[in-house]
Design a protein around this ligand. Structure first.
Ligand code: NAP
Length: 361
């Protein structure tokens, strides 16, 4: 081994799994040691199992790796990233954690479990402090579960964080325009989505209304007290490939001007920026002054897809202020967020090299 952490990617053949491989190809700390997916892919070479869809070539070093079953005994790694289908992720992720392997997951299965951090490392880094209690409650030795939020929540909650800290958020109304890749592959049939907008995504509004309250909640005695604001969400699937655009209105507890909001958003930095973690964007939020930005195609790759782009900050005649935000759903909203979470877990010493070898399971 090269001195890097060995990482498994569970669900490696899916859209988020592919994004993990793209982002991990030259990662300075993490080296992909195992790929796993469903029964239909296990036993094949990755190049034959995956329908590679990203616009950079499939990295050669992964193409000839065998795809394994998503079982801890088949995977040699220090920890695992999970991009498993949420419908089946819950018990598989638990089996890995019980076997001593930390799981840094994208799937929704454990996001709202009281003892599982719902983490965006540059929004609520302090929530990793839930992990000792999680290990105690679940009897894990070296394993644990950490999740990142739903792809739409990731953008929204990043913008809400500095606003809540500076002015107090009381209520939020959000309307989303979500990319096709948010549904995975093959996702929504092209005949359903081309030349169309679909005003429904199963379970998405519920996630947008609950996850931000946990993420911006307060850590009290090894539990999270949800933040005391309400969110009303309306979601739409639109025919763009990547990038979720969101129209947000907020009611604030304190007084502010639009310029105050722009300053709070653009100056925001957190622990990953202070620690200069490899995947941390220089600033989590980029504020654009133009009247017609952010735009999905032009802005989704800001800071390599890890920055949330905010624009059109202006007064709202019903709530206090409104703005548009854009975030890349498979980078900031999925694989990139999980990789930054893992970097923060290393920095905060919850991920330790070689920990699994000491695990009792
Ligand atoms: P996807 O393209 O449908 O990929 C799902 C992955 O799960 C595939 O690798 C698939 O393997 C694997 N899988 C399915 N059933 C399995 C089983 N029984 N055992 C082991 N592996 C199994 O989905 P995705 O968009 O990449 O999303 C992956 C996860 O991330 C989901 O939980 C999703 O909710 C979450 N997420 C997605 C986004 C996004 O923007 N797409 C954003 C945030 C979070 P096979 O190829 O072998 O079937």
């Amino acid at each position: 081994m090269s001195g890097k952490w060995k990482v498994a990617v569970l669900g490696a053949t899916g859209l988020v799994g592919q994004r993990f491989l793209q982002l991990l190809e030259n990662h300075p700390w993490f080296e992909v040691s195992a790929l796993a997916a469903s029964e239909q892919s296990a036993g094949k070479l990755y190049r034959d199992a995956a329908n590679w869809l990203l616009d950079t070539p499939l990295p050669e070093r992964f193409a000839d790796l065998p795809v394994r079953h998503a079982r801890p005994e088949e995977v040699e790694a220090d920890f695992a990233f999970s991009a498993l289908d949420s419908a089946i992720a819950g018990p598989i992720e638990l089996a890995f954690a019980r076997a001593g392997l930390p799981v840094v997951s994208n799937a929704s299965a454990h996001r709202m479990d009281a003892d599982v951090p719902l983490l965006l490392a540059d929004v609520n880094p302090e929530h990793v402090a839930l992990l000792p209690e999680q290990r105690r409650l679940r009897g894990f030795s070296s394993g644990f579960l950490v999740t990142n939020p739903n792809c739409s929540t990731a953008g929204l909650v990043t913008a809400l964080k500095p606003l809540d800290a500076a002015f107090g958020v009381e209520a939020v109304s959000v309307v989303t325009l979500q990319a096709a890749s948010g549904a995975g592959h093959p996702g929504v049939a092209s005949m359903d989505l081309l030349d169309n907008v679909i005003p429904f995504i199963s379970g998405e509004e519920e996630k947008l209304e609950s996850e931000p309250r946990k993420i911006l909640g307060q850590l009290l005695d090894a539990a999270i007290e949800p933040a005391p604001f309400t969110v009303s969400a309306q979601v739409n699937r639109v025919p763009v490939l990547d990038g979720h655009l969101e129209s947000v209105s907020v009611k604030l507890r304190g007084k502010a001007t639009a310029a105050d909001l722009a300053q709070a958003l653009s100056e925001y930095v957190s622990e990953p920026q202070r620690a200069a973690l490899p995947t941390a964007p220089p600033r989590p939020i980029v504020v654009r002054p133009e009247s017609n930005r952010p735009q999905t195609r032009l802005d989704r790759l800001a800071s390599g897809g890890m920055a949330v782009v905010v624009g059109r900050i202006r007064p709202c005649p019903i709530l206090d202020f409104r703005f548009s935000l854009l975030s890349h759903n498979t980078i900031r909203g999925a694989a990139g967020a999980a990789i930054l979470n893992a970097e923060w877990l290393v920095k905060s010493k919850f991920l330790l090299p070689g920990a699994r070898s000491g695990a009792k399971g």
